[in-house]
Every structure is written in structure tokens, then in C-alpha cells.
Design a protein around this ligand. Structure first.
Ligand SMILES: NC(=O)c1ccc[n+]([C@@H]2O[C@H](COP(=O)([O-])OP(=O)(O)OC[C@H]3O[C@@H](n4cnc5c(N)ncnc54)[C@H](OP(=O)(O)O)[C@@H]3O)[C@@H](O)[C@H]2O)c1
Length: 208
């Protein structure tokens, strides 16, 4: 039996149909496609920090197979989302590249303009915006971070996969993978891999 989860611009999100994947979408012309997944892909220390309090991240290993695989995986995305602080830090470090083959969005209520018109600002209704993106046809959506944005989207049940590259280091304090949030979220391991440089990949499906 079809269960309608919600109305999306121009269509419905359907669940529980034996004929369709659980995350399929059908539009008003009866075209069906699989919803894009939102994947939070981050590097962190063993104790769960994605950066130090001053936003430095020199404790992360920036080369090797884990890094090459991540760069390779960029082909599976066509959109990247980031919070304003991640954008600011990336800009200072010179790693925000508007010419990347990804449509980039910065979620921010305070930013007026970005370094390049191709990087768009979403200033309100972030979760509605992300829900709409997920219902549209396309590749998966990369959630670059940071913690504040990821926590907000997790609270809205919008993150589908969490992909951690856990680095072999304990740093004691910094910016957490997730900030405090109100509920317990169950996970199921999708993939794991240990690289020769001792970075560990752990990818989880989020079970809402
Ligand atoms: N290790 C890694 O792989 C990795 C990856 C990404 C980021 N990082 C690091 O993480 C740190 C940044 O994380 P963070 O948690 O401090 O900040 P963040 O999530 O990048 O940005 C937070 C800001 O984004 C905006 N925002 C977030 N959710 C929003 C929503 N629902 N609606 C409207 N605006 C929203 C707000 O900006 P306004 O105040 O303008 O509204 C908020 O202050 C940086 O040091 C970065 O380098 C590490």
C-alpha cells in the first residue's frame, strides 16, 4: 500500500510500495525516481572533533588513499551544502572553488554575498529548501558540514548517510561532529574500510 509522506512541489513522496524503492518520488505526470540522498561526509578525530576551536584542522591527514577516494566520490554528487562558518574557513584556506563541478549552497542568514555568483546563499527555510532538493532528480547531495548545519538537518530527519573518515588521533576538544540535539538517532553500518595510514572509513545509514 502507498503511504504518502508529504507533498513536494509538483509531486508526492511515496513510501511502502512493493513496486518502488522506499525513497522514490512520483510526480504529477506519474514519473517515478529515487530521491537523492543527503550525505554528511566529514573527517574527524577518534574523539569526534572535526576541527579545533580555532577552526584549524592540521591534525587531519590530508593525503593518501582515503583522500583520493573521497575526491573520486565527488563524481557521485552534483550539489554541496555548507554552513556559513565552513564557507568562511574554506574561503580563507583557499579550498572553496566555484568552478568545481558541483552547485554549491551556503546556508546562512547573515551572509550578503559570496565570492562568486555561482555559490548561492540560502538565507531562510533551510530545511524546506533541502527537502525540495532531495525530491528533485539528480545525483546525491554532499553535506560538507559543519557541525551546526549537520545538527540542524539531523534534527529535521534530512540526513540519509553519515560518512566518517576517522583519523588516528585524539585531540581532546574542538568542534564536534554534531552539536547537542534532542533525540536518539539509530544508525546502521553501510560500509567500513581501514586504510594503510590508519584512517578508518565508517559509513552509516540513518534510521529515522
Ligand atoms: N573535518 C571536516 O571534514 C570538516 C568539514 C566541514 C567543516 N569543518 C569545520 O567545521 C567548522 C564549522 O562548523 P560549525 O558548526 O562551527 O559551523 P557551520 O555549520 O559550518 O556554520 C554555522 C552557520 O551556518 C548557518 N546555519 C546553519 N544551519 C542553519 C540553518 N538551519 N538555517 C540558517 N542558517 C544556518 C548559520 O550562519 P548565520 O549565522 O549566517 O545564519 C550558522 O551560524 C569549521 O572549522 C570547518 O572547517 C570540518
Amino acid at each position: 500500500m502507498l503511504k504518502i509522506r508529504g507533498v513536494i512541489t509538483g509531486g508526492f513522496v511515496l513510501h511502502g510500495n512493493n513496486d518502488q524503492p522506499a525513497n522514490s518520488v512520483i510526480n504529477r505526470w506519474n514519473k517515478v525516481w529515487v530521491m537523492r540522498s543527503l550525505k554528511y561526509c566529514v573527517d574527524c578525530s577518534l574523539d569526534g572533533f572535526i576541527a579545533r576551536d580555532d577552526h584549524s584542522y592540521g591534525f587531519l591527514i590530508r593525503e593518501g588513499e582515503h583522500f583520493d577516494e573521497f575526491i573520486e566520490s565527488m563524481k557521485t554528487f552534483d550539489i554541496a551544502l555548507m554552513g556559513k562558518t565552513t564557507y568562511d574557513v574554506g574561503l580563507k584556506a583557499g579550498v572553496i572553488d566555484p568552478s568545481l563541478n558541483l552547485q554549491q549552497f551556503v546556508i546562512s542568514s547573515s551572509l550578503d554575498k559570496t565570492v562568486d555568483d555561482r555559490i548561492k546563499i540560502i538565507s531562510k527555510n533551510a530545511s524546506k529548501f533541502v527537502s525540495r532538493l532531495k525530491s528533485e532528480k539528480g545525483n546525491d547531495i554532499l553535506l560538507s558540514g559543519g557541525s551546526t548545519l549537520a545538527t540542524n538537518l539531523l534534527n529535521e530527519n534530512l540526513i540519509d548517510e553519515i560518512q566518517l573518515r576517522i583519523h588516528p588521533v585524539i585531540i581532546g576538544s574542538g568542534i564536534r561532529l554534531f552539536g547537542s540535539h534532542s533525540k536518539t538517532v539509530s544508525l546502521q553500518v553501510r560500509r567500513q574500510k581501514l586504510y594503510s595510514n590508519h584512517v578508518m572509513l565508517l559509513a552509516y545509514d540513518v534510521k529515522y
